[in-house]
Ligand binder design. Structure first.
Ligand code: ATP
Ligand code: MG
Length: 483
């Protein structure tokens, strides 16, 4: 009787194991890459000429050290598309320590994702050890250092594996293409070549699981779609809006890096519209997103769009850009609203209200994107210059002209003048902004004699309004408020 009972229990356990095993497999929907499509040299356009000299050096040294090494990701994808890759990434079966022992110019970086950077002056070749799967890692006797959050986010991704597993761990099919400098072949594990030519951004594996593992993949899908003029494939697109709140778990420092890639690479305006459509923009600039939704500021949308268009133009024509300018533009209207609130709620002088608003806006913004201090300082200068630019009497104009950030402050004034004049809501204020922008445009290019005449004429036309100011006993206006 007891024997019969234990046999039944054993068969029930086996049945459960079988059923659970099957469910787990079908739930994870992980593709299994065994046989890649292999494109021989005459079947693809990747040649050694299209790869940077330094990247080739790294590939050759790893190969001669006895390791496998492949060019992977954007380097292969972009060459297939006839574009010049932004950088070259390499994948290898050498561990970070083994890579370090081969290159004197090697730095190991990253905790969540440990990588080797091989530094050649201004060019950095990123070398990553093949990543493996997390669930099976103990069975496969791999080194396990991974952690996963409750939302399914990978807090560490440092389990090493083979090239097939590495391909499965990559984000999109178009990024899972490997070029070997040993046999000159392209190894396509996820049908990425077809997607490159069909212009499809397709996640590898189950989209929801992959976004949960790393929500930044939602941003990457958008970025590649706009950068490469591709479509996000339907299943890859479907869960984004619903999973957007996962972005709240991304550390502000990583979001700053993503901000740079999305907004400083010549596609800021397109990315902005896409991020807004997918409800992702709020995780970058919550205060701006709120004002856009409430439409509480008439000029805000046009102003930030113009600033992004301007930045895109500068990037695409190889002019210098600073993220501080775009940050200053994004937060200008939230800043103005905060100043107004403080002015009406408190007894602060306008100058104190400006600095109080600055501190509030910046500390709220820092919770989303960690803006480095050097850029915060430039943003503050741009804003303060808006007030300085409106004060031209005596020696002030010359002092302002010598300000190290004069050019950025002046460019910012031009944007404000363009937007606020287009709105044409307040005719007096509009004409004064346009007049001011034109005055500074002329002043900076005039000789000393003309500059003195220009300052005198400002003094004369201002004397009436100065008297009014004194009569009202209003203290000094906050930055940007007077112009
Ligand atoms: P580009 O450098 O032109 O922006 P890229 O595809 O090379 O594009 P990188 O950020 O340099 O992008 O990453 C290199 C490769 O690493 C990617 O092509 C992809 O295979 C892989 N990768 C990067 N980020 C992720 C991620 N979050 N999840 C999975 N794989 C990723
Ligand atoms: Mg790259």
């Amino acid at each position: 009787m007891i024997k019969l009972g234990s046999t039944i229990i054993k068969s029930v356990i086996n049945l459960c194991k079988k059923v659970l095993g099957k469910t787990r497999k079908s739930q994870s929907k992980q593709p299994s890459f065994d046989e890649p499509k292999i494109l021989s040299r005459d079947q693809h356009p990747v040649s050694r000429k299209s790869i940077s000299h330094n990247a080739l050096k790294v590939l050759y040294r790893l190969n001669s050290g006895g390791y496998d090494a492949y060019l992977v990701g954007g380097g292969v994808r972009d060459i297939l598309l006839g574009l010049e890759p932004k950088d070259f990434d390499i994948a290898t079966n050498a561990t970070p320590e083994q890579i370090k022992s081969l290159f004197r110019n090697c730095r190991l970086i990253g905790r969540r994702f440990r990588l080797a950077h091989i530094v050649f002056g201004r060019e950095i070749i990123e070398v990553a050890t093949f990543r493996g799967h997390h669930e099976n890692s103990e069975e496969k006797n791999c080194q396990k250092t991974s952690k996963q959050s409750e939302d399914g986010m990978l807090l560490r991704d440092n389990i090493y594996g083979n090239i097939e597993e590495d391909a499965e761990r990559r984000d999109f099919t178009i990024n899972a293409l490997y070029y070997s400098a040993k046999d000159f072949k392209v190894y396509d594990f996820a049908n990425g070549v077809a997607d490159v030519y069909a212009k499809q951004i397709r996640l590898i594996g189950d989209p929801e699981t992959r976004y949960r593992e790393d929500p930044v993949r939602m941003l990457r899908a958008i970025r590649f779609a706009t950068k490469l003029d591709m479509n996000i494939q339907a299943d890859t697109k479907a869960p984004i809006k619903e999973l957007a709140p996962l972005m709240a778990n991304i550390p502000p420092a990583r979001l700053f890096e993503e901000f740079l890639k999305l907004f400083m690479s010549g596609k800021a305006l397109d990315n902005f519209h896409q991020l807004r459509d997918y409800n992702l923009f709020q995780y970058f600039f919550p205060a701006v997103d709120q004002q856009l939704n409430q439409q509480s500021q008439v000029y805000l949308a046009d102003f930030i769009c113009l600033a992004m268009k301007n930045t895109d133009h500068r990037v695409n024509t190889d002019q210098r850009v600073t993220p501080a300018f775009l940050f200053a533009a994004m937060l200008w209207y939230p800043m103005q609203e905060q100043i107004q609130r403080l002015n009406s709620d408190t007894q602060l002088t306008p100058q104190d209200a400006f600095f109080a608003a600055l501190s509030e806006i910046m500390s709220e913004q820092q919770r989303s994107i960690a803006i480095p201090k050097r850029f915060q300082a430039v943003m503050k200068d741009i804003w303060i210059l808006q007030d300085k630019l409106s004060r031209r009497e005596g020696k002030r104009a010359f002092k302002t002209l010598e300000h190290p950030k004069f050019r950025a402050g002046y460019d910012f004034l031009l944007l404000r003048a363009e937007i606020e004049s287009a709105g044409n809501q307040d005719a007096e204020k509009t004409s004064s902004l346009q007049e001011l922008a034109k005055w500074w445009g002329d002043f900076q290019h005039s000789n000393a004699e003309t500059q003195q005449v220009m300052i005198k004429s400002v003094g004369q036309s201002r004397s009436g309004s100065r008297r009014t100011t004194r009569k009202r006993r209003k203290p000094r206006a906050a930055a940007g408020n007077e112009a």
